[in-house]
Design a binder for this molecule. Structure first.
Ligand SMILES: [Zn+2]
Length: 245
């Protein structure tokens, strides 16, 4: 694992700023300050151009967060290739690999089930194999797809779109926080079996930015208590608050 420089844990807490699915509209996002910025993929719209990727990287570089972590989504198809990955210099790009921030163990897995584009063509078997590499005890898991049945429906009557292989992997890994996006309408938070699940997709059905980044505060590894989650004056997060501690 590559270690990233220690985060600001002065008061014994780390503030995570979470987002996903900005689809080329990153400059329309107001980003709160925090210790660790995490983007869970689909930062492009159908991959975009190298110019668009460079602009995204410049935008990342302009943000004040000491630690920035990123995974590609199914839209970010160029990132299957090393030449595109090299365009991102302002954040750590995690592709089925882990890192640490201070005491927090973090893993990024971009694979999206049954979808086109980058990291989206794997079979159930291949996805299960990729997820088997994630160490148990990982504190923060970043995937592009939701796990099956959790914040993964476009509406109450729609079929779940989450990954069936991710759900059992979560039961084994037991991350403290699982961040994802992909199903835009699933934005929100849910706490289940000790894991806080966060769908941080900022774009709506039309791919325009409709939501705000989610800010949560987490204690370092020795304590497994998650303090609280919030996104200031966001009506979508208020709706999901009853499931939080
Ligand atoms: Zn998306």
């Amino acid at each position: 694992m590559r270690a990233i420089e220690g985060s600001q844990e002065k008061q014994g807490v780390v503030r995570l700023i979470l987002m996903s699915d900005t689809h080329g509209h990153h400059r329309k996002v107001a980003v709160p300050d925090g210790d660790v910025l995490i983007h869970a993929g689909d930062f492009t719209y159908f991959n975009g151009s190298t110019l668009a990727i460079r602009d995204f990287n410049d935008w990342l570089a302009s943000l004040p967060h000491r630690n920035k972590l990123l995974i590609p989504g199914n839209h970010d198809s160029g990132f299957a290739y090393p030449a595109w990955r090299e365009l991102i210099t302002a954040a750590a790009l995690l592709i089925n690999e882990g890192t640490t921030v201070g005491q927090l163990r973090i893993w990024g897995a971009p694979v999206t089930p049954g979808d086109w584009g980058a990291f989206g063509a794997e079979t159930s078997y291949e996805r299960a194999e990729l997820f088997s590499r994630i160490p148990s005890g990982t504190d923060i898991l970043i995937t592009h797809a939701p796990p099956y049945g959790i914040l993964d429906r476009a509406s109450a009557v729609d079929e779940p779109q989450g990954c069936d292989q991710l759900r059992p992997a979560i039961s084994r890994i037991k991350p403290r926080v699982h961040i994802f996006g992909h199903v835009h309408q699933g934005y929100g938070m849910r706490r289940l079996n000790g894991t806080l699940f966060v769908n941080a997709a900022l774009a709506g059905a039309s791919y325009e930015i409709e939501k705000k980044p989610i800010s949560i505060v987490i204690r370092p590894a020795s304590q497994r208590v998650l303090l609280r989650g919030q996104a200031a004056d966001s009506p979508w997060v208020i709706a999901s608050r009853p499931s939080l501690p």
